[in-house]
Structure formats: structure tokens, C-alpha cells
Design a protein. Structure first.
Ligand code: ZN
Length: 633
């Protein structure tokens, strides 16, 4: 089969990739992440990878590609999803297959090569889904889970919520799950890889990681279980283990990238977005039971952090579903302390970030049970934005118009926080600048200090911590490995992308070794291989075959450039290729001539050897001229 004979493919059948690609129109897929509008023959949108105001992201529906010339990104529907979701090719393929309702049959060469299967992500996901079912079954039906059911009932969690959030119970002992796994394809290695089993350092034997705990499956936005949060049953609690533990970080799970309950909240948020003029607002709380209880009372746009502070990666994830984030803080000191970091996020990220504070000694669960969903809606709709909140905290016990020293100190603290927020680029977007303008304006009114003076202070503070500023480096896997490729090699590939059947001519005259750049070599090698297999290397075939984002990008780049060139070119592709072949010949001859003349000056060579060298050079030249004449005619 073609796909297996060709290099640079990790073993997915070409047909499967082609089917998935064809079923996912790039305009739909990219359009589900960012707003696109038609412009001439292509679509444009704001590029998600640089501070874009133009918009610079071009989506070419005819070629099924995207390209941003500003940050030099490009590729097809697979590379877009890989980059946007931070996933590998296999996952992008699965995600897009799911999206189009295509079921992928594993190819013989596509499976994991390791015996345990712990390198195969599909196996890891399957193992998590299996474990989640075991725990859930146990909670619903097993006698051993009676205390867990009682606990949840006392907390007021309904059977419906248990099902909706797939809650479970992991019994005590050390082998409950491991024993069950024996009759499944999931080895101890797999369970270890997903954080369900540990290995005793003392005995070297495996054990269940979660014991005597109520299990809260943590799912990604595709509703796949990727980790568990687990609460110890009160009667089993001891001082050695935490009340709550989460899965360790695994290949499936990174706690800074995930939010509890987003798989369920996302439907509500999408629905909110579709309502005309409505703002989709996501509530971020701290506890898993808070999420469940708030949802149970009909407020469905709620998620929880996984024991970490709200970070920029959370914001980027939530931005896909929500226009506003409202952080619901418990009314205690711990919540107040985090306001600084939240303000930093507010400044750095283009997101409407608000803070709602619950009454003293109440968590969202208590609040909604005692006061009902309307009271929570009321509280969150009155939430203040992060700056106002910070001002309130900093000026809580001072009269800012009388106690000037304290007021100055408070302002200084606020400005320090604003100054320390990472700015993605030196020249921030208009929107960010406008936002800063508004903040300074508000501070000016609040503190009754000239706006210019506040700005000057901010500039000084910023300058003093420039070392902390973050510059975004391009992701090496996604940019073209070598953007300054040889002009002839680029011309050659551009011609082939434009008119792939010309490979028949090129392959006869330009050998792979004559190319110098590794990346262009790889692409040219693929053109040649397709040709040798009797297949015309059409652009979409090549693109589907390649899996590495950098190579896809180069191909798209060549395609776009060749189109621009073709519009201006006075010569047709055949003439251009003929000229190019001559250039390659001259380069090769020149190279050989230099080598020969170096050899002729080599004192250690005999006269006879030198004559042979000259003869070889002459013969090669004659051969090539014959070849060339035949392709020329
Ligand atoms: Zn860009």
C-alpha cells in the first residue's frame, strides 16, 4: 500500500487520513475556533498566534489550507487542530474523525510497539474510561460503597448528579482495581501510566493509587476521562493523606490545562453564546462538589480549578467557550490573597475577568443550598472586574483622600501588579492599550491623581522589571525548519506544487543528492516516490500524506508563494523548469570541475590517475548533455 512505502508517515493508512480530511472542511473547523469572514476567494480571521488586529489569518478553502504571513504559521486542518489543541497528529486525526462521525480502524502498523501499550494514547484513554466505569458501578451497586452513598446523600448530591458527573467509589485495600484489570487488556504498566497504580518503593509491587475514596472523573472537552479527583471518606481519613487528591500528571493530564466540569458546562456556554446579544459567562469555583451542587440547582455554566490557581492556560481554554469569566471566591482570607495574581491575568489576557465574593464562611455549595440559584445569579451578575476588586482590597481600611501616604502605597501596589503582568509583545494591540488607558483613567479618578502621573509611575515600574517580561518564541515544531531555503530548490518545489505532473521531467534530470536543504530534500523525495509509484503527486495528496506540521507548513508556504508568483510570471511552468534544470546542471558541473581541479593539483596523484579523472569529467558531461537534449525535445 502506498502509505506504507512512503517515508514520513507514522503508519496511518493514507485512505483514513484522506477520508477524515475530506470530511472536515477547513473553513468549518477553523471557523469553530475563530470568527472567519469571506474576503475575495479566501476567508480571513484574527490569527490566534500573534496579537492580531488586521486580520492576518487566511484560510484557503479551495486548497484546504491556512496561512498567517505575520507569524509565519501555516498548514492544513490537521496542523491547525494540532497547534490549537496542543496535541499530536494521532489525536488530531481522532478528534477530526470523531467530529465527522468517522470510526477509525487501527492499521496494522499504527499500533503501539511496546508490550504494555503504555505508549499508546488510545489505550490510555480506554483504560481511564474502563476504570471510570468500574468506580461508577461500584458506587451505584456494591455493598462496600454504602458509606460513600450515604456521604453523598448527606451532602445533598442527587442520583441524577451522580450519573451526570459519573461519580464513583474506589474501595479500600490495595488491589481492588488491579485485580479487576487482570481480565482486561490493561497491564499494570498502562494503569501506572495513567496514574491509577503506583509501585511500592519498599516491595517493588504495584498497588491501587486511589483507596477508600469518592471518585470525581476529570474529563477533557471531548468528555474523555483523563484523570480523577478523589475525596477520602470521612471515616477513613487519617492525617497522612490529603482530604482531596488528584491524579498525578500523566500523558493525558496536566492540571494547569484542565478544568473540572467543563465537558458539561460547555454545552450551556455554547447555548448562551448563540442567544442573540447574550454574554456567555463561566463561573469558576474551587471545589468539585461546588460544581455539582451548583449545577444541580440549575446553574450549568460552572467549572472548578484542579487545586491550582487560575492561570493563563485556563483562560485561553475558557475563552473558546465564554466571553466572561467570573471567579467565585469563598469569603475567607485565602481567597483574598489571590487577587494580585488574578489582576495580573486580567491585565495580560484579553478577557473580561470578574470576581464575586461569597459571604464570610460560605462556599458556593452552602450558598446555593441556603439561598437558591437566583441569589447566586444575582451575586455573580454584580461581580466586579479584577481591577476594581484589587482597588477595593488595597484601600479597604484607609481613607484615600485623607491619608495620602497610605493611598500612595495602595496605588503603588496596584501599579506594581499591573506592571508585572506579562506583556506578550512590546507593541501590544490597540485593544490592550485601550484597556490599559481605561484602567489608568479609573485609577486617576479613584485616587484623584493626574492620569499622566500614574502612567509615568507605571512606565518606571515596568522598566525596572523588564527582565521578567515574556517574549514568545516560535514553537520549533510548527515553524518552517529553514525559512531561507536555497532559491533554486524553492523554485523547483514551487513548480511541482503548481504542476505536479512535471515531476516526470524533473525526476529524470534532478537527483535528490543535488538538493542541499534537508527539508526541501524530504519534500522532493516524496514527489519522486509518488512518481515512482505511478501516482501524480497532487498537492492535497502530498499534504495528506505528510504528518509533521513543519513539512505541511513548508508545502503550504510553497503553494501560496507559487500562486503569487504565477500571477506575475511571464514564463509558463515548463519553461521555468527547463531553465531550472539547466541551472542545476551547471551547478553540478561547476562542483565537479572544482573537485577535479583540486584533485589535479594533488601532488600525491600519478599522471595516469589525473588523466582518468579528466576523462571521467568529460564523459559525465557528455552523458548529461545527451540526457538533457532528450528531455528538452
Ligand atoms: Zn499570526
Amino acid at each position: 500500500m502506498l502509505a506504507r512505502e512512503l517515508p514520513l508517515s507514522t503508519g496511518f493508512a493514507f485512505d483514513a487520513k484522506d477520508q477524515v480530511r475530506t470530511a472536515n472542511d477547513i473553513v468549518d473547523v477553523v471557523g469553530s475556533y475563530l470568527q472567519l469572514r469571506r474576503q475575495g476567494r479566501s476567508y480571513v480571521g484574527l490569527c490566534p498566534w500573534h496579537d492580531d488586529t488586521r486580520p492576518s489569518m487566511q484560510v484557503n478553502q479551495e486548497r484546504q489550507t491556512y496561512k498567517c504571513w505575520v507569524c509565519n504559521e501555516g498548514g492544513d486542518v490537521f496542523s491547525f487542530v494540532m497547534r490549537k489543541e496542543g496535541i499530536e497528529f494521532r489525536e488530531a486525526l481522532e478528534l477530526l474523525a470523531d467530529r465527522a462521525g468517522i470510526s477509525l480502524t487501527p492499521t496494522r502498523s499504527g499500533g503501539a510497539s511496546d508490550a504494555t501499550g503504555s505508549n499508546n494514547k488510545k489505550t490510555l484513554y480506554d483504560a481511564m474510561a474502563w476504570a471510570q466505569r468500574q468506580y461508577h458501578e461500584c458506587l451505584l451497586n456494591a455493598d462496600i460503597a454504602e458509606p460513600a452513598r450515604q456521604y453523598l446523600e448527606e451532602r445533598g448530591i442527587s442520583g441524577h448528579s451522580m450519573a451526570r458527573y459519573s461519580l464513583g467509589f474506589a474501595p479500600g485495600g490495595w488491589h481492588w482495581l488491579l485485580d479487576r484489570a487482570k481480565s482486561t487488556p490493561y497491564s499494570t504498566g498502562v494503569l501506572q501510566a495513567v496514574g491509577l497504580a503506583g509501585i511500592s518503593t519498599r516491595t517493588g509491587k504495584p498497588f491501587d493509587f486511589f483507596r477508600g475514596r469518592i471518585m470525581f472523573p476529570i474529563c477533557d472537552t471531548q468528555a474523555r476521562t483523563i484523570a480523577f479527583g478523589a475525596r477520602i471518606l470521612p471515616e477513613l481519613a487519617d492525617n497522612r493523606s490529603g482530604k482531596y487528591v488528584n491524579s498525578t500528571e500523566t500523558r493525558l493530564f496536566s492540571k494547569s490545562d484542565q478544568l473540572y466540569g467543563l465537558n458539561i458546562a460547555q454545552d450551556r456556554l455554547s447555548a448562551q453564546r448563540r442567544e442573540a446579544g447574550a454574554i456567555s459567562n463561566v463561573l469558576v469555583v474551587e471545589g468539585y462538589t461546588d460544581v455539582i451542587m451548583v449545577n444541580q440547582h440549575g446553574v450549568e455554566n460552572v467549572v472548578a480549578l484542579l487545586g491550582t490557581a487560575l492561570g493563563s492556560r485556563h483562560i485561553r481554554l475558557l475563552r473558546r467557550y465564554a466571553d466572561r469569566i467570573t471567579l467565585v471566591l469563598d469569603g475567607d482570607a485565602a481567597g483574598q490573597k489571590r487577587v494580585g495574581e488574578i489582576l495580573e491575568l486580567f491585565v495580560a489576557e484579553q478577557m473580561d475577568l470578574r470576581i464575586a465574593t461569597l459571604p464570610e464562611n460560605m462556599d458556593p455549595c452552602d450558598f446555593i443550598q441556603q439561598r437558591g440559584p437566583e441569589a447566586l445569579q444575582q451575586l455573580t451578575s454584580n461581580a466586579t472586574d479584577a481591577l476594581a476588586y484589587k482597588v477595593r482590597v488595597e484601600t479597604a481600611n484607609i481613607d484615600i483622600h485623607r491619608n495620602l501616604h497610605a493611598a500612595n502605597q495602595a496605588l503603588e501596589n496596584i501599579l506594581k501588579t499591573i506592571a508585572s503582568a506579562p506583556r506578550l509583545q512590546a507593541n501590544t494591540t490597540t485593544e490592550l492599550r485601550l484597556r490599559e488607558q481605561q484602567m489608568l483613567n479609573r485609577l486617576s479618578r479613584e485616587f484623584r491623581i493626574q492620569e499622566d502621573e500614574i502612567r509615568q509611575r507605571l512606565t518606571v515600574l515596568r522598566r525596572s522589571n523588564t527582565q521578567r517580561s515574556v517574549t514568545r518564541l516560535p514553537d520549533p515544531e510548527f515553524t518552517t525548519p529553514n525559512t531561507r531555503i536555497d532559491a533554486w530548490e524553492q523554485e523547483l518545489l514551487e513548480i511541482l506544487v503548481q504542476q505536479p505532473e512535471l515531476i516526470a521531467v524533473a525526476a529524470k534530470s534532478i537527483r535528490l543528492e543535488q538538493l542541499q536543504d534537508d527539508t526541501t530534500k524530504k519534500i522532493y523525495a516524496m514527489f519522486c516516490q509518488f512518481h515512482e509509484n505511478g501516482v501524480i503527486p497532487q498537492f492535497d495528496r502530498m499534504l495528506t500524506h505528510l504528518e509533521q506540521p513543519a513539512l505541511k507548513h513548508l508545502l503550504v508556504d510553497l503553494d501560496e508563494r507559487s500562486r503569487l508568483k504565477a500571477e506575475k510570471a511571464t514564463e509558463d511552468p515548463v519553461t521555468r523548469l527547463t531553465g531550472l534544470i539547466q541551472s542545476f546542471h551547471h551547478r553540478k558541473e561547476e562542483h565537479e570541475r572544482r573537485q577535479t581541479s583540486a584533485a589535479l593539483q594533488d601532488e600525491s596523484k600519478t599522471e595516469q590517475e589525473k588523466i582518468e579523472l579528466l576523462q571521467q569529467l568529460y564523459e559525465k558531461k557528455r552523458d548529461r548533455q545527451c540526457n538533457f537534449a532528450s528531455t528538452d525535445g
